[in-house]
Design a protein. Structure first.
Length: 170
């Protein structure tokens, strides 16, 4: 009896730990916002409409998972490079988030914000067939062809300012 109870507690603990890695898809009435820093320098962010004040570390990605929205919402953003980088670039603009969707933006040089063309159905969902997923974040204007090594050597075409998610079925 004691061993069964202990096994039950251990399995419950493991389930809680595994649940932390579960993908979070935006529910109705909320949106998600992802910001990618492509600079080797921190970027200070202020989004007053969403009560966000955050410093994005060099090459960091930040996710805001539960932003309230009815249909779509425009968010003012102020961003500036950290003074320690020797560059005082600033950016003021507007982001758009939409109900039940993920909006992804990338900071590019000179300091500006580029909307990412997100490709790949159900980007945050795990594969239903157990295949690994590969995410490619590409920030240049030219297209790029990526060839993966494997039994079939699949080729992936990546376009400008794109976030591509694909399943590797090998």
């Amino acid at each position: 009896g004691i061993l069964a109870a202990l096994a039950f507690l251990i399995s419950g603990f493991l389930e809680l730990q595994i649940g932390k890695d579960k993908a979070i898809v935006p529910d109705a009435g909320e949106a998600q916002l992802r910001l990618y820093n492509t600079f080797n320098c921190p970027i200070h962010l202020e989004l007053p409409d969403a009560q966000i004040n955050h410093t994005l570390s060099a090459f960091e990605t930040i996710e805001f998972l539960h932003l309230p929205v009815t249909d779509k919402k425009m968010l003012n953003i102020d961003a500036f490079l950290d003074k320690s980088c020797g560059n005082s670039s600033t950016f003021k603009g507007i982001l758009e988030i939409r109900n039940h969707q993920i909006s992804s933006y990338m900071f590019t040089s000179p300091l500006s914000l580029q909307t990412l063309n997100v490709t790949g159905s159900a980007e945050v969902q795990k594969s239903s067939q157990g295949f690994p997923k590969l995410k490619i974040l590409y920030s240049l204007k030219e297209s790029l062809e990526v060839q993966l090594k494997g039994p079939t050597n699949p080729t992936i075409q990546v376009n400008n300012h794109q976030s591509l998610v694909t399943e590797i079925k090998e």
